[in-house]
Design a protein around this ligand. Structure first.
Ligand SMILES: NC(=O)c1ccc[n+]([C@@H]2O[C@H](COP(=O)([O-])OP(=O)(O)OC[C@H]3O[C@@H](n4cnc5c(N)ncnc54)[C@H](OP(=O)(O)O)[C@@H]3O)[C@@H](O)[C@H]2O)c1
Length: 238
């Protein structure tokens, strides 16, 4: 869940810009100017989740024609990861979700196939996995990789990696943390942010919003998130 507001801020964003924070602490350098064609809600749904999705995708070092699997594919980050993998030339994108009821939404994002985590096998092996879940799902997610495949772990869900399973098929697990990029590589952060807005203004990338909630209804927003039923981003209005 992310907050949205219209307000002015100091340089590098001009005082007349509509801005939205991109980190929970909303330090000034990370306030994002919002183009005329986008609403503040678009910005909230696009920028922070998009930076995570794009950063995780870059960490996977995708090559055109490779296949991808995205876990939590209907979530705020996952929905953008599915679209970005497709835009980066993936030959096949598989969305993984907990409930079959999310399949139509994930296919609508551009996924070729949708699997549920409890499937015995996760289909044809893929070249890379963008994993938002971790924990016990890490084992089947690594098993879903083709030899030489890469899994990008960006969830806060933890999990255990069996090094021998990596060795036998030359697989890799790569950690990704957006805050590290924001702090340590501001030029890269800015480049990714510009790319997200370019894709948005071109109409190629569309952040889905599950719902907008007033601050007074924050508990309802939390109920949606806790039930794992959101299709896209949950936005809280302040
Ligand atoms: N690395 C970074 O820099 C960074 C930055 C921001 C966020 N993140 C991480 O990115 C992940 C996705 O964030 P988001 O904003 O897309 O979240 P979100 O919109 O709330 O979606 C989360 C989805 O995760 C799935 N999920 C799987 N196991 C879950 C569990 N045990 N509890 C709750 N949800 C579970 C659910 O979909 P299904 O039921 O379909 O699986 C849920 O809808 C989170 O793990 C978050 O910590 C990482």
């Amino acid at each position: 869940m992310s907050p949205v507001s219209r307000r002015a801020t100091a340089s590098p964003v001009s005082a007349s810009d509509t801005v939205t924070p991109t980190t929970p602490s909303c330090t000034k350098p990370w306030a994002t100017p919002v183009p005329e064609s986008a609403s503040p809600v678009d910005a909230v749904a696009l920028v922070r989740s998009g930076l995570v999705a794009l950063g995780a995708l870059e960490a996977a070092r995708p090559r055109p024609g490779e296949s991808a699997l995205v876990t939590a594919a209907a979530g705020g980050v996952g929905q953008l990861a599915v679209q970005l993998a497709r835009l980066r030339g993936a030959s096949r994108v598989v969305g993984a979700v907990s409930a079959p009821g999310k399949a139509a939404f994930v296919r609508g994002l551009g996924a070729d196939d949708v699997i549920t985590y409890d499937a015995d096998a996760w289909g044809e092996p893929v070249d890379y996995v963008l994993d938002a879940v971790g924990g016990e799902l890490l084992t089947p997610a690594i098993a879903a990789l083709a030899p030489g495949g890469r899994l990008v772990a960006y969830s806060s869900g933890g999990g255990t990696v069996q090094a021998y399973d990596l060795l036998v098929s030359a697989k890799s697990v790569i950690g990704f943390q957006m805050a590290r990029i924001a702090r340590g590589e501001p030029q890269l952060y800015e480049r990714w942010r510009r790319e997200l807005w370019r894709l948005f203004t071109d109409g190629a990338l569309r952040p889905a919003v599950h719902g907008e909630f007033d601050l007074a209804d924050a508990a309802k927003a939390h109920e949606v998130i806790e039930s794992r039923s959101n299709l896209g981003k949950v936005v809280l209005r302040t």
